[in-house]
Design a protein around this ligand. Structure first.
Ligand code: RTP
Length: 155
């Protein structure tokens, strides 16, 4: 009841090319699904350079920017939109620290990765960026609003 009064947020989660190529798509989707968030968008997508640059525009001045763009455009990614109360911060916790060696065991990066430059998954860092990134990666009509026919134990 308390949660129902709080604001529902949306976040953009993306399995990066290394996650797709290592066969981790199902495992990563499963972590968010089991937690109890609602999937509202999902697609496999080969990211054009311009989109990668727009997505990471705040990091343009960083020395690793060109390598980051090359990484994200190197193969297909899996784009996801997830919805729920507190989903933005919770997804960041489920994902773990940017450097997988510092990410706690039990987190996606803590369990599945070793390099910052190959850290398998992205998650929006604020509700504003969640909205911005979903609008950037998905076309109208690709986001689906739905209600479970089952009794919701989770919200
Ligand atoms: P993300 O946006 O992918 O969820 O990652 P983040 O917030 O945890 O980290 P951020 O600082 O926004 O960096 C974005 C992505 O850039 C790559 N990176 N490489 N070589 C490096 O030092 C370095 N630092 C960051 C990572 O793929 C990171 O996730």
């Amino acid at each position: 009841l308390v949660a129902a009064l709080e604001e529902v947020e949306e976040t953009y989660i993306m399995v990066k090319p290394d996650g797709v190529q290592r066969g981790l798509v199902g495992e990563i989707i499963s972590r968010f699904e089991k937690k109890g968030f609602k999937l509202t968008g999902l697609k496999l997508f080969k990211c054009p350079k311009e989109l990668a640059e727009e997505h990471y525009k705040d990091l343009k001045a960083k020395p690793f920017f060109p390598v980051l763009i090359e990484y994200i455009t190197s193969g297909p990614v899996v784009c996801m939109a997830w919805e729920g109360v507190g989903v933005v911060a919770s997804a960041r916790k489920l994902i773990g620290s940017t450097n997988p060696l510092q990410a706690e065991p039990g987190t996606i990066r803590g369990d599945l990765a070793v390099q910052t430059g190959r850290n398998v998954v992205h998650g929006s860092d604020s509700p504003e960026n969640g909205k911005r990134e979903i609008a950037l990666w998905f076309k109208e009509g690709e986001i689906v609003q739905w209600t479970s026919a089952l009794v919701s134990w989770l919200r």
